[in-house]
Design a protein around this ligand. Structure first.
Ligand SMILES: [Zn+2]
Length: 85
């Protein structure tokens, strides 16, 4: 298990399209593909994918939606993380 060095929250790791490691939240969210410009990451065995969109609101959640992990930089509670992400 990893924790964010800035806020101490537990995080997972995914990989961006160019292979860079990205800290992600440990709770997956439903994603509205194409609904926004945020990146969401999946890290299924042997395969990483990046979905562009936005997190679904509770009333929008559906089993038909893809499930992925949001970048932790979007949700990090610390303001000490600097200019990344
Ligand atoms: Zn953090």
């Amino acid at each position: 298990m990893s924790v964010c060095r800035y806020c101490g929250q537990e995080i997972g790791w995914a990989y961006s399209a160019d292979g860079k490691p990205v800290p992600v939240d440990t709770e997956p969210v439903f994603v509205i593909e194409g609904g926004g410009t945020d990146s969401f990451y999946t890290y299924e065995e042997g395969e990483n994918a990046v979905i562009r969109g936005r997190a679904a609101r509770p009333e929008e959640e559906s089993r038909d939606l893809p499930v992925a992990y949001a970048s932790h930089w979007k949700t990090c509670r610390s303001s000490r993380r600097g200019g990344r992400g």
